[in-house]
Design a protein around this ligand. Structure first.
Ligand code: NOJ
Length: 568
């Protein structure tokens, strides 16, 4: 007998009710919208806020709790909006401030929360402060708000220290004095168009307090904090002793990241967040060497959540996954913060493509690999993730099983690090291609007109992966996500409780149960091997990432498949 997959029943608990729950963020599913690529209302080929607004009912029906929007602020787009020129303005390519207000209001009306991105480590080089700092010359007090330094060597021709930027190339750029002579250098851990702020300067701290309040006053429910571990640098900006580019997910301490002084900043921010009703949250994008160091960002008087990049970086291997799950849960226990889980975002190759390739290639992959295998593993990985205790992040399009687009022509690429040798990133355009909604002709409902533009081209086969094509098909990835999210809401053993018990299921198989005090249990078993395994059927099948077969009182779990059963 073949047992199948997804049910499309709506959960008992509607999103509007869930959003009002105290501690909503402890088990929230947070959906990342990348505004450039989600929905384009005005047909210019670039996603925008009115487009996102028009698709909010889709997100409500998908069953997520909150939406995180990557930056939509005024920006020259040197790094796709992570170079902010005005923290209080919406870039005209995305809409207006009124559009942002309408988006927040509509989301709240649907029971969805809105988390906005905040980029405090650096501004754009077009930010008014930086422009004045350049214009006014070496004596400008505005220079103290960034890291300006004289160069080393004869004539100051060498950068002030040996740091290399994350995107490759020196982390310093030399300025020209107003009289045309070569001047001081400024620090940028990312692109030259992204000068780092000096967080020792009180004006920087005050400005960001005001920016937090500006968006909190407009009703946003929280902030995803970009490069949260980078704001404070080691005193004196000491040499690293190497010319390797900075690695975000390094294994050791560096003077550029994760300095203890950064936590004071988040203690101040937490006080501001707590002044507002409704549990507004802060989420740290903090790439630290260990889950224990990450836990420092979510101590009770700091931020609420931090991304779990160790989990994202794990290969599809049972031992590695088991280890990272255990370490993540253990690390968060002493601070009482929820563990978070994430498989994809706008900076890494989508997990359907990572798992289509051999393990160990990292998170920037250039080859499509075995697509069918990748999708199968991605489905299994998602179902595993959504059964874990804590909060989960879903990146737009992963619910459609989208792969990375690995064959984009050079002339359409926009990732700044693609054009700089050696940097850690560079292949991020592949996960940023506009998502398909409907129809058989590009842009597949991303924009209003068939045959209309999209800022990155979509592959022809994406017609079959659109929301429209998958809706109602119980074997589709979209219906698998819908069903899994509905289950998460409805089943009392899932969610935020720290109630995971591992079961012994043999080599290459991960199996755990989550139970309520009154004995209601959800069992999740993931076969991470390349052959079927037979397990005793533990209860009633809730969901499976592939069809299962029943053999008496046993279930055959095919290769690379996850299933959930309920008991009690
Ligand atoms: C992390 C963001 O996610 C990434 O897209 C950006 O390039 C860097 N921070 C720099 O802001």
């Amino acid at each position: 007998m073949t047992q199948h997959l997804a049910t499309t029943d709506r959960p008992a608990d509607a999103p509007a009710d869930a959003a009002r729950r105290a501690g909503w963020w402890r088990d929230a599913v947070i959906y990342q919208v990348y505004p450039r690529s989600f929905a384009d209302a005005n047909g210019d080929g670039m996603g925008d806020l009115p487009g996102i607004r028009s698709r909010l009912p889709y997100l409500r029906d998908l069953g997520v709790d909150a939406v995180w929007l990557s930056p939509f602020y005024a920006s020259p787009q040197a790094d796709a909006g992570y170079d902010v020129a005005d923290y209080r303005a919406v870039d005209p390519m995305f809409g207006t401030l009124a559009d942002a207000d309408h988006l927040v209001a509509d989301a709240h009306g649907l029971g969805l929360r809105i988390i906005v991105d905040l980029v405090p480590n650096h501004s754009s080089d077009r930010h008014e402060w930086f422009q004045r700092a350049l214009r006014e010359g070496p004596a400008s007090p505005l220079r103290e708000r960034y890291h300006f330094r004289p160069g080393q060597g004869a004539g100051g021709d060498e950068p002030p220290n040996d740091w290399e930027s994350v995107f490759g190339g020196p982390a310093w750029t030399r300025t020209e004095n107003p009289d045309g002579t070569p001047g001081d250098w400024y620090l940028h851990l990312f692109a030259p168009e992204q000068p780092d702020f000096n967080w020792e300067h009180p004006a920087v701290r005050e400005e960001f307090h005001a920016v937090l309040r500006f968006w909190l006053d407009r009703g946003v429910d929280g902030f995803r904090i970009d490069v949260a571990h980078g704001l404070v640098k080691a005193a004196g900006l000491p040499d690293l002793g190497t010319h390797d580019p900075l690695k975000l997910l390094g294994t050791g301490a560096t003077p550029c990241f994760d300095q203890d002084g950064v936590h004071e900043i988040y203690r101040e921010w937490r006080k501001i967040l707590d002044e507002y009703p409704g549990e507004r949250i802060g989420v740290a994008e903090a790439w630290t060497p260990t889950a224990r160091r990450t836990a420092n960002y979510v101590r009770p008087d700091e931020l609420h959540q931090a991304f779990n990049f160790q989990y994202l970086a794990s290969s599809w291997q049972a031992g590695a996954l088991r280890q990272v799950i255990d370490e993540s849960l253990e690390a968060m226990r002493p601070v009482g913060a929820p563990t978070t889980w994430v498989l994809s975002n706008h900076d890494v190759t989508r997990h359907a493509t990572r798992f289509a390739n051999e393990p160990g290639l990292g998170t920037q992959i250039r080859t499509a690999g075995d697509r069918e295998l990748g999708l199968r593993r991605a489905r299994a990985a998602s179902l595993l993730m959504l059964a874990l205790p804590g909060s989960a992040y879903v990146y737009q399009g992963e619910e459609l099983g989208l792969p990375d687009v690995t064959d984009l022509p050079d002339e359409v690429r926009q990732d700044p690090s693609y054009f700089r040798a050696e940097g850690q990133d560079g292949f991020r355009d592949g996960c940023r291609v506009p998502i398909p909604w409907s129809g058989t002709e590009a842009p597949y409902g991303f924009g209003p007109a068939a045959g209309g533009p999209s800022w990155l081209p979509q592959p022809a086969e994406w017609a079959h992966l659109s929301v429209e094509a998958q809706t109602g098909d119980p074997a589709s990835t979209l219906e698998l996500y819908r069903a899994a999210l509905a289950y998460r809401r409805a089943h009392p053993a899932l969610g935020g409780a720290d109630n995971l018990t591992w079961l012994d299921a043999g080599e290459g198989v991960l199996s755990f149960e989550r139970s309520t005090d009154d004995g209601r249990t959800l069992r999740c078993t993931a076969n991470i091997t390349d052959r079927p395994v037979t397990v005793p059927t533990p209860g009633e099948l809730a969901l499976a990432s592939e069809p299962l077969t029943q053999d008496g009182d046993h279930t055959v779990l095919p290769a690379d498949t996850t299933a959930w059963w309920t008991t009690g």
